[in-house]
Design a protein around this ligand. Structure first.
Ligand code: GLY
Length: 347
């Protein structure tokens, strides 16, 4: 077992890494309140629901379960009232806690419910996807979507604990594994050349699997450091959005249908480096290095969407944010910086 402590004053917590942890997760959850409500989706619940519930019951908790349909639509604002009503019916009080069992959608939604129900109760993250294990379960960004866009209503609400069972990745589809790899490559790009080189040396998923525990741990450690220095996303934390500005615009261009988040971010990382290389803001050759590693893990770095059309999404984003667009650039692999610009930068 390995533990990373996220030091955020009174909001501090541990990230526990242990293969097989989901088989007996009750032993990691030690708290006063005696009721827990597990929020999961139909896919993950089918595989892990029963053993998580029985382990929590064995540890002395009274457990209820809310199972939601899998997929991004579940993260909708409209889904919330039914969940709050269910928590009231289960008599979940401020002392009790929610347990997010699933990927990024479940973690974000469950965290948002925890942040708002009874003005805030505790929650525990049990991330089962690669993306959730390396990124969304850590750092306390929780949110739901509006018809106008993703993550538009949310909060910073840190979990009480994150328990990462890497064995859960064995039941993850190839597409979801690939999706998470974009964030893994991103960490190498923004903070850790050694990690990036390791991903290149592994050459793809089969080469990576023997060292995946160390890679996930390293990604979490990078995120821990960044979040500790900038919990509320006012400066350094924005570096975690490398490739995301163009990536989000591209996802939106296709109405979230054609490209997964990871695929879009991969295209975004390559696009921003190509542009910045031409302007002398990124060392020549960086975009190509990213394209090579992305391809090893099945991620695209180009897309036929017309840049001018996609960039309209960036412009809209910029309007939402005011007139400054903070773009993340690389000096070189492993060295990132914030570059204030305008949407015109993209094309
Ligand atoms: N996923 C980016 C962040 O947590 O800041």
């Amino acid at each position: 077992m390995r533990i990373l402590h996220v030091d955020l004053g009174k909001n501090s917590y541990d990230i526990v890494f242990e293969r097989g942890a989901l088989d007996d997760v009750g032993k990691y959850i030690i708290r006063d309140g005696k009721k827990l409500c597990v929020i999961t989706d139909d896919n993950v619940g089918k595989i892990y629901g029963e053993k998580v519930v029985s382990s929590l019951e064995k540890a002395g908790y009274t457990v209820s379960v809310i199972t939601l349909p899998h997929g991004e639509k579940t993260k909708s604002f409209d889904v919330l009232p039914a969940i709050y009503s269910r928590l009231i019916k289960e008599k979940i009080t401020r002392k009790d806690a929610l347990v997010a069992l699933g990927g990024g959608v479940i973690g974000d939604l469950c965290g948002f419910v925890a942040a708002t129900y009874l003005r805030g109760i505790g929650f525990i993250q049990l991330p089962t996807s690669l993306l959730a294990q390396v990124d969304s379960s850590i750092g306390g960004k929780v949110a739901v979507d509006l018809p106008d866009g993703k993550n538009l209503v949310g909060a910073f609400w840190q979990p009480e604990k994150v328990v990462i069972d890497v064995n859960a990745l064995s039941t993850l589809s190839e597409a979801f594994f690939t999706d998470g790899m974009a964030e893994v490559i991103k960490y190498g790009c923004i903070k850790d050349k050694e990690l990036f080189d390791k991903l290149a040396e592994c050459g793809g998923k089969s080469g990576l699997l023997p060292v995946i525990d160390d890679v996930i741990y390293r990604c979490c450690d990078i995120k821990r450091e960044v979040v500790e220095r900038d919990e509320k996303d006012k400066g350094e934390r924005m570096l975690l959005n490398f490739g995301h500005t163009y990536g989000h615009a591209l996802e939106k261009y296709y109405d979230f249908e054609k490209l997964s988040h990871g695929m879009a971010v991969s295209v975004g990382m390559y696009a921003i480096c190509q542009i910045a290389e031409k302007k002398g803001l990124t060392k020549a050759g960086v975009a190509d290095k990213i394209a090579k590693v992305a391809a090893m893990y099945g991620l695209p770095t180009t897309d036929p969407a017309p840049v001018a059309e996609v960039v309209k999404g960036v412009v809209n984003d910029k309007k939402n944010l005011g007139d400054k667009l903070m773009t993340v650039l690389l000096k070189d692999i492993g060295e990132s910086y914030l570059y204030p610009t305008t949407a015109e930068f993209f094309g």
